[in-house]
Design a protein around this ligand. Sequence first.
Ligand code: GLN
Length: 295
Amino acid sequence: MTRPTVGQALVDAAGKLRFAGIDSPRLDAELLLADAVGQSRSWLFANDAGSLSKHAAECFDRHVLRRLGHEPVARILGRREFWSLEFEISPAVLDPRPDSETLIEAVLARVSDRSANLRIVDFGAGSGCLLLALLSEFENAFGVGVDRDVAALEVARRNTARLACDDRAFFVAGDWGAALAGPFDIVVSNPPYLTSYEMASASPEVRNDPRVALDGGEDGLDAFRVLVPDLPSCLTEGGLVFLEVGAGQAQAVGEMARVAGLEIEAIACDLAGRYRCIVARFGRNNGAVEKKRLD
Ligand code: GLN
């Protein structure tokens, strides 16, 4: 059997993906084929008339079959870009969403000194994307990522090595804030927050994420109920908390934070203009976190 050219393989696969109702069939076909041949997308355009090796053709067929089953491209490739860094992902971790970059932006908007000697903790760290993205911005910061799933911790540790943060990021098993004394300057968390209704109506793509990373119980707030009361005891005076929230949850989570003794400083919006990140402070704003320097 003659093997298809790069161009034909793309046209065929994009047609199948379009027929299956995939949103961006051509782009997805290109990303999957680029991975199968071990080259960049631009290589595909330059080699449109070249024929695929047997190995690449088989690998591409397997990728396309998975995409036809609505597995997201990032899951098929096992990697996702977040904050312009490449992260390994596995079935044990949430596929990082661009929405979560709102938290990174919110931290940067408050702590302008990039050489600040910050202590950061990430609760429910998953792939480690929040903590490692922050460490990429704050060169003197160090951080602890907590997750109760050891399979997720393994992925986070590989991402730590991949991003050369071994000496500044530590991923440990734990249940939210229970095991950590701190004190930390900054807490970030993207806990599971989908409601039971959202879980039941999630798209096939979202169903590829681990349930424990998404399911926030009936009203989506179960994880916040456990995590938020622990926050003050993890924080230094003047320390800051950045919590990702789902649609319609900002007010309820803000109120929990206030009851726990935190002061709400801001609610940051994502690129779609939805409230996405609660910013709260513990104690007096003494400027300690903002001006923290290595002496
Ligand atoms: N933002 C994710 C989604 O809508 C949910 C992430 C989470 O529960 N933390 O699929």
